[in-house]
Design a protein around this ligand. Structure first.
Ligand code: UDP
Length: 238
């Protein structure tokens, strides 16, 4: 059963449950995809039906941001907890390394995915990186073909939201991968180009605030956060 926050249906799962489900999906016939919406993406979905369909069409919808947790609680339907996309990805890579599964990294500026691949191979000995590709391409065909040819079991799709969600919904089956996961700026972090917020910010659910301090140009995008809470409050009144 999913818990809906402003139209987006989230799986009500702890991190452990989400990882177990990810492992199950990567071992199940067919192509599946997972998304990790934060309040900003929920707001985008309110205005973009195609984005909403792509997000709700996912096999796994994980609550990435603390704002989603607050929103669900305000609506009287609390979620078990936050499942940040990057933590989910790391836990899954540890499991993939153990079981010999292979991973394709798609997205970010040229060179970033290669650097991320080098770092991840070191961090998760045994993890097979089947291939990489930057996220600035014109045609989908050669990209889906590259993933298919690589034989990857899993693909991290890091094109930013809602592009990556739409891309996975449309192109997922053509890649032949069992599981695709939309992970936004994760390759920038795995490559070492972008630092994650210090642990204290992570624990307090203030990663968004750290990002704002580091990249003030994101302030416009981040105005979606208070807007999200206003909309949740409106929904509650209804
Ligand atoms: N990106 C991409 N192709 C595009 C647009 C963006 O590969 O056409 C990449 C961009 O380089 C960055 C990521 O997508 O690595 C989006 O990062 P951001 O932090 O904006 O994503 P969020 O996690 O906030 O969705």
């Amino acid at each position: 059963m999913r818990i809906h926050v402003l139209g987006v249906g989230f799986n009500n799962m702890t991190m452990e449950q989400a990882v177990a489900e990810g492992v199950r999906l990567m071992n199940t016939e067919g192509t599946h995809y997972a998304v990790t919406p934060n309040p900003e993406i929920v707001e985008v979905c309110r205005e973009d039906p195609e984005a909403l369909a792509a997000v709700n069409g996912a096999d796994l919808v994980l609550a990435d941001g603390i704002g989603v947790i607050y929103g669900a609680r305000m609506l009287g339907t609390p979620l078990k907890g936050r499942v940040p996309g990057i933590e989910f990805a790391k836990a899954l890579m540890a499991r993939m390394a153990e079981s010999g599964k292979s991973l394709f990294l798609l997205g970010a500026k040229p060179g970033v995915a290669e650097q991320a691949a080098d770092n991840l191979r070191r961090e998760y000995p045994g993890l097979k990186i089947a291939g990489v590709r930057d996220g600035y391409f014109q045609e989908d065909g050669p990209v889906t073909e590259a993933i298919r040819a690589s034989g990857a079991d899993v693909a991290f799709v890091c094109l930013g939201a809602p592009k990556q969600e739409k891309w996975m919904k449309k192109n997922g089956p053509d890649t032949g991968a069992r599981l695709l996961i939309g992970l936004g700026g994760c390759l920038d972090v795995f490559s070492g180009q972008v630092q994650r917020a210090p642990v204290i910010f992570q624990k307090l659910g203030l990663e968004w605030f750290h990002r704002l301090l580091k990249h003030p140009s994101r302030a416009g995008r981040m105005m979606k956060l208070p807007l999200f809470l206003v909309h949740v409050a409106g929904e509650r009144r209804k």
